[in-house]
Design a protein around this ligand. Sequence first.
Ligand code: C2O
Ligand code: CU
Length: 439
Amino acid sequence: MLRAVPVDQPIRAGAPRTNFWGFNGSVPGPLLRYRKGETVRLTFQNALEAESAVHWHGIRVPNAMDGVPYVTQNPVKPGEEFVYEFALPDSGTFWYHPHQSSFEQVPRGLYGALIVEEERPIEVDRELVWLLSDVRIGDDGLQIEDFGRVLDIANDGRVGNEVLLNGRAAGAGNVLEVRSGERIRLRLINAAAARIFQLELHGHAMNVIAYDGQAVEPHAVERLVLGPGMRADLVVDCMQAPGSRFLMNDTHRRSAGPIASLVYGDARPLRRQPLGAPMRLAPNRLPEPDLAKATEHYIMFQGGMRGVPTMGIVDGKPVRTHELMERHGLAWTMNYTAQHEHALMHEPFLHLQRGEHVVLRMINETDFVHPMHLHGHFFRVVAVDGHKEARPVWRDTVIMGPRQTLDVAFVADNPGDWMYHCHILDHAAGGMMGTIRVA
Ligand code: C2O
Ligand code: CU
């Protein structure tokens, strides 16, 4: 059972309580853990005064279980329930959150992790799940309820003033105690509405073993950029001396400071050399796109505060940019179209044939970063600004830099109408969302 309810909890010891909304009375919601191939059966109960639903980010569910109001189901009204039931085809790090007024409901605290274990997990000493997020709160601890301001919608989105790690204030004071010699698997999830993290871990290699839940060839990175919606699985060998301490820092230009401290206990090292066990995960079976026979489709993105003045189509009618913002509260277009959430049952902006091999060329004509997410499928990022990627990774959410062009490829094998949107949730609310029909 997953029950959405108001919940008051402090973000740090001694702090005033913050008025969140949470699943099962906590922020984040319960950590859901399954084995690959298992079936999830969960009743969602809406004990809020707002309509809602639950979306399973990254899980290749049948369309009717995707949890998108107005597209795959009716909104779940206050006091009502909805039963979700679907199999888990992929192992990996996933998460869940509402898909209704998500620019408000997610930062209010409605999110949780969904972990699907591999048939044969890799060997580690400890596994941790870190849900990163943020809130905008005042000195009284209460949320500043300025959701959906055009100023945020047309810029970087609504970035909070307190970063949260598993619902508690992040920062150097957030201590992870480690033992010298131990190997940790760290599952990172960015559940923030708009904040992009650029993580650096002092004194340790961050070995990436999966992006968005899908295995990659293990490789060490200096910094890890995680946009909203994105995940990374890391293996960290803690080989420093007992008693030492290190920071995990966020070096993004909008950073609110360090995320956590790694503090070595005094216990004698568990081992002197890093664990020899392989880090490589067995890959999930995903349908491989054949670029030679793929059809190309284009999506052009325009808008934003400093964007090229253009026009947009709203509810089938052309509208000038300033009216787009002033009259409709919309600031972004995809292929000249801007949509409101409740209008999503209208025409999909792309029609794909079931089984079609597809290259989506995403052309960002804006000055902003957009983590673009597709439901129901994984795609390979095959080219950046026309340059082929040597090792195209699988993703369900990809960061599209300002003025950048990305080619992503996939097989449209999952029938239904699938959301495709920016995961900066204010951008999505501001028009950067639509559906892709696979039929
Ligand atoms: Cu994480 Cu359309 O969602
Ligand atoms: Cu965006």
